[in-house]
Every structure is written in structure tokens, then in C-alpha cells.
Design a protein around this ligand. Structure first.
Ligand code: CMC
Length: 438
């Protein structure tokens, strides 16, 4: 991994009392500038304060570049639009993890590892018997991914050199098994028997087979369905230092193994402000539809601060999320090819139109994000709403793995340990329980 370089000019910071410090300025390969504050506390006893980390670069990384103002997303230099058009999920996963598009030999080796890792240990199947049918699949997924480490102790040592030696297999295993475990969590909920993976099916088709095939009937999706699913996964492959990826890096920085780190990523992803937003979008559109609103009332209540328009806004994009643009077109294509007329798509389009012509949304630069249209496609494919964040997790796996690798292979890696500004009580004397009253 390359590091950001310092430029000749330094930034000057003058503190109350007049003390001035000179801080190095770093520049990345896309000309992004940062003030390097690493020596600040040692030199001045001050720390920086940035609640929500909106202005904090927590690392330098070679994987993904986003220019939120221009709506640009590139993995390892390749435009997301080109990858969406030309590539497939597994090829993009390889690119994200290893830094280069694979040759045909490399891709077929990667595919072979993924295919041969698709089953999970029979012992793990018994875990599923203990989960109540009301379990959320994200809870199961997070627990199961961490449990995988129990079966591969050679990949979970506390010696980084050992972990890295097994990295290629561990990465392929996670990309493969996350899909199997996801399908198993769905079938657990419905009380259905598990379906074993097949050798002859491609990644997305194999997932749909494990979800929807029955002992008496194979599920044979139309090519448009598997292509759309593959596209959704590809578009989620990585997204820079978002909440779940930062979580993976945070956990990895303590020396934790890959399974434990990505399991934490699933938990971080679950929330409705992050990977849970795709499910929240559908719930919102259903609610709008049931109330007979055409989107206007929802926009008005968002403006009053009574609700958020789910699938709108982004910490980094202050322009249209390029993934949302691609998925908006794909949603129309998939629904047409399946002959589905989903009223939620009409409501979504209308909501977008209303919001994008409203000053509240324009002035705050709130545009549809990746979650706005992905749910409509997943719904058309027959994926239940509580599985939507799971689909996000399957797609994001290569990004988490690539980010874990950057941490694990960096000999200068420091444990992530932010500071705080303490605002609680100052020192006081202990009062015994007798003297505290009722
Ligand atoms: N609907 C209505 N108002 C909004 C929305 C929204 N979806 N998002 C932000 N705002 C307003 C917010 O109220 C605030 O207004 P004001 O300045 O008057 O207080 C302003 O815009 C800035 O919002 P913020 O909360 O400071 O922005 P943030 O960068 O902290 O939050 C976000 C980013 C994605 C959490 C937020 O836009 C949001 O909650 N969106 C809805 C949930 C969603 O779709 N999440 C998926 C994100 S994309 C997938 C991923 O990478 O996770």
C-alpha cells in the first residue's frame, strides 16, 4: 500500500495563547489534501475534535476513490460505470481485493476457490437449529461469520504473518460462504430445509438456488434476474471509509482475524442509516402508497424534520450517487423484462422528482443514494425485505476483505484508538450508600 506524500508547504495553526505549530500537509494521488495532525497532541496537548469524523482521514488507502462533489466512484482507478457495464461481481471483487483486474487464469483460480468453499461445515448447520424463527438474518449472519473462525484456527492466529499466509483462501471462503450462510438464515426463518450449493452455477445463480430451490423443484431464474443481482452485488463491492468498513478496519487494527473483523462489519452495516436503508426505503414507499400520498406529503414531513426520506442523502456524495443512477435504469429494465408493474417504482420516481425540485433538498444537496432503487429490484427478484441488508453485506464483502488486508499487511499499523473531550463530572469524593438517602 502506498502512503500519502507530504508537500513542501506546511499548514500553520495558531492556538489560544499565541502558540503556533507547523503541521505537514499530505496529498493523495487524486490531489486530495490533508493536514497531518499526528504530532499535534505531543507538541501542544491539543487534540482535534470531529464528531462523526466528517473531516477526518483515518487512513490512506489504495482501494477506492470517491469525489462526492462530482459524483465520481472508482475502484483501483476503474470507473464504476465501466465496471457495471463490462465486469461481473467476482471479477470486480478480485480487482478490489488484489488491486488489478484478473487475467483469465487468475479469475478461474479465484472462481475455483470460491466454488470449492461454498458448503459450510456440517457442525455449523446445527447452530441454526438454536435460532428462533423471529431472528433477523443480519444477527445470524454476523454470528455465523465470526463462528467460521472456530473451524479454521490456522487462519485466526494472533500472528499476522500466519493470517496473511492463508489470506487467499480465507478471502475466497468468505466471499463464498457469506452467500451460503445468508441463504441458510433465510430458510431457517421459513422453517425450510437447507439447499446445498451447486458446482455448475455462477455466483448469483447459486445464491438464488440456495434460497429458492426445493427438493422437488429446481429454481431456474431468468438470465435478467441473475444479471440484475450480480449488478447489485458489484455496485456494493466497496465504498471507501463508510461506517462498516471503518468498523472492519478498527477491529482489524487490534490484530483481530479476518472473520471477526468482517462479522463486526455486518453489525455496523445493519443500522437504518447505513445498510439497513434499502429495507427502510421499501417500508417508506409502502407506507406512502398505503396512505394514498404521491410523495408530496412525505417530502413536506421530511422538511419539517418529522422524518427522513430513506435512500436520500449521503455523507460523501453532494451530487447524484453514480450507483443510484445505474440502479434506477436497471430497475426499469428488470421490471420490464419480468413483466412486473410495481407501483412502488412509480412512487419512487415521483418522490425523486418532487424532492429534487425542492429547495430543502437542493440546498442540502440531498440526492438519491444506492439504497433508493436497489430494494425495488430485490423485491422484483423475490428477496424478502429483511434480507436486503444481507444482500448489501454479501456485496460489500470484498471491500471489507481488501480493507482488512491493507491493515494486516501494514508493518507500521497502529491500533485505532481515538481520543475524546470528556464532559462528565469532575473529581469528587465517594459518598457511602447510607449517606445517599432513598
Ligand atoms: N431526508 C431528509 N433530510 C435529510 C436527509 C434525508 N434522508 N438526510 C439528511 N437530511 C438533512 C438533515 O436533516 C440535515 O438538515 P439540517 O442541516 O437542516 O439539520 C442535513 O440534511 C444534513 O444531514 P446530516 O444528518 O448532517 O448528514 P449526514 O452526512 O450526517 O448523514 C445520512 C448522511 C446518509 C446518514 C443521511 O443523509 C440519512 O440519514 N439518509 C437516510 C438514510 C440513508 O438513505 N442511508 C443510506 C446511505 S447510502 C448507503 C451507505 O453507504 O450506507
Amino acid at each position: 500500500m502506498s502512503t500519502a506524500n507530504p508537500i513542501d508547504t506546511k499548514a500553520k495553526l495558531t492556538l489560544p495563547g499565541g502558540q503556533t505549530v507547523e503541521l505537514p500537509v499530505l496529498v493523495g494521488s487524486e490531489n486530495e489534501h490533508a493536514v497531518d495532525v499526528r504530532a499535534l497532541r505531543d507538541q501542544t496537548s491539543y487534540i482535534t475534535y470531529d464528531d462523526g469524523y466528517a473531516n477526518t482521514g483515518s487512513c490512506s488507502s489504495d482501494i477506492t476513490f470517491i469525489d462526492g462533489e462530482k459524483g465520481i466512484l472508482r475502484h483501483r482507478g476503474y470507473r464504476i460505470e465501466d465496471l457495471a457495464e463490462e465486469s461481473i461481481f467476482l471479477e470486480t471483487s478480485y480487482l478490489v481485493i488484489y488491486g488489478e483486474l484478473p487475467t483469465s487464469r487468475q479469475l478461474s483460480k479465484f472462481r475455483g476457490r470460491i466454488a470449492s468453499s461454498a458448503s459450510v461445515h456440517e457442525g455449523m448447520r446445527h447452530f441454526f437449529e438454536g435460532f428462533p424463527h423471529t431472528s433477523h438474518p443480519m444477527a445470524i449472519l454476523s454470528a455465523m461469520l465470526n463462528s467460521l473462525g472456530c473451524y479454521y484456527p490456522e487462519m485466526t492466529s494472533h500472528k499476522r504473518s500466519l493470517d496473511i499466509g492463508h489470506f487467499d483462501w480465507a478471502a475466497a471462503m468468505l466471499i463464498s460462504k457469506v452467500r451460503t450462510l445468508a441463504a441458510m438464515s433465510y430458510r431457517t426463518k421459513l422453517g425450510l430445509p437447507f439447499v446445498y450449493p451447486r458446482w455448475d452455477l455462477r455466483y448469483a445463480a447459486n445464491f438464488l438456488h440456495m434460497m429458492f430451490s426445493e427438493p422437488y423443484r429446481d429454481y431456474n431464474p431468468k438470465p435478467e434476474v441473475t444479471e440484475a443481482l450480480d449488478l447489485i452485488l458489484l455496485l456494493h463491492a466497496d465504498h471507501e471509509q463508510n461506517c462498516s468498513t471503518s468498523t472492519v478496519r478498527m477491529v482489524a487494527s487490534s490484530g483481530a482475524n479476518l472473520f471477526a473483523s468482517v462479522s463486526a462489519g455486518v453489525s455496523a452495516l445493519w443500522g437504518p442509516l447505513h445498510g439497513g436503508a434499502n429495507a427502510a426505503v421499501i417500508e417508506m414507499l409502502e407506507e406512502i402508497s398505503a396512505s394514498g400520498d404521491d410523495g408530496r406529503k412525505a417530502v413536506e414531513s421530511a422538511k419539517k424534520g418529522e422524518r427522513r426520506l430513506m435512500g436520500f442523502g449521503h455523507r460523501v456524495y453532494k451530487n447524484y450517487d453514480p450507483r443510484a443512477r445505474i440502479l434506477g435504469v436497471a430497475a426499469k429494465r428488470v421490471l420490464t423484462s419480468l413483466g412486473i408493474q410495481d407501483p412502488l417504482l412509480d412512487i419512487a420516481r415521483h418522490l425523486e422528482e418532487v424532492a429534487l425540485s425542492d429547495d430543502y433538498f437542493i440546498s442540502r444537496k440531498l440526492y438519491p443514494n444506492v439504497d433508493f432503487y436497489s430494494g425495488i429490484i430485490l423485491r422484483a427478484i423475490g428477496i424478502p425485505v429483511d434480507m436486503f441488508p444481507v444482500m448489501f453485506a454479501i456485496g460489500r464483502m470484498p471491500g471489507w476483505i481488501a480493507n482488512w488486508r491493507e491493515i494486516a499487511t501494514n508493518p507500521k499499523m497502529k491500533i485505532h484508538r481515538p481520543r475524546q473531550i470528556y464532559t462528565g463530572a469532575t473529581e469528587r469524593d465517594y459518598v457511602s450508600i447510607e449517606k445517599r438517602g432513598e
